[in-house]
Design a protein around this ligand. Structure first.
Ligand SMILES: [Zn+2]
Length: 192
């Protein structure tokens, strides 16, 4: 299992609570054909480890399918932050379907602030907690710094803390240079 604290290029992990979303999406590493949420049991363990499932709860099939669609959908949103590529219709449909089963409601806080709260039971509430973090980050503006590496086979979620929010790759030395080298080689190869 990839350590959750591992970040390419020595980047700092996303600040809490966004690190939850970052770790969730990075359970899949397309480039390595790696998926740490490949079974309901793995998803169950992952959510439990983060305190998102009660002892007497378990992940059901609906939550498992939703979790995988949610993960793909969230990566596409992060990619939208990297460069303006809107998710395709298949991804959007899966994302909508995942959102339709997550359980969130609005609560009245002590000080009169309206709060978004996950509710209900099991996996659908746990996924609600992840979606709530994204929604709050979109509202506060920090979401725009949550990016997906633009190298197609990578997609690693990283937190762009650069002043002008202009990073494109999880790590310039890993993905950025490789992409540039490939582009350079292909430019050279088309020369007569
Ligand atoms: Zn990358």
């Amino acid at each position: 299992m990839v350590r959750d604290t591992f970040q390419p290029g020595g980047r700092a992990p996303a600040p809490p609570p966004l690190d939850l979303v970052q770790d969730f999406v990075n359970t899949e590493i397309p480039e390595w054909a790696r998926d740490d949420l490949a079974t309901p049991t793995q998803l169950d363990a992952w959510l439990r480890e983060r305190g998102l499932l009660e002892a007497d709860e378990a992940v059901d099939a609906e939550a498992f399918v939703a979790a995988r669609e949610l993960r793909t959908g969230l990566r596409s949103l992060a990619l939208l932050n990297t460069f303006e590529a809107l998710p395709d219709e298949v991804v959007r449909a899966g994302f909508r379907s995942a959102l339709s089963v997550v359980s969130l409601r609005v609560e009245l806080g002590e000080d009169g602030t309206l709060l978004l709260e996950p509710f209900g039971k099991g996996g659908c509430r746990a996924l609600g907690a992840i979606v709530a973090v994204v929604l709050e980050a979109q509202t506060s503006g920090s979401w725009r710094r949550m990016k997906a590496c633009r190298k197609e086979s990578c997609g690693w979620l990283f937190f762009d803390s650069s002043r002008n929010c202009s990073s494109n790759w999880c790590s310039m030395s890993i993905c950025g240079n490789r992409v540039k080298t490939t582009a350079y080689r292909s430019r050279r190869s088309v020369k007569p």
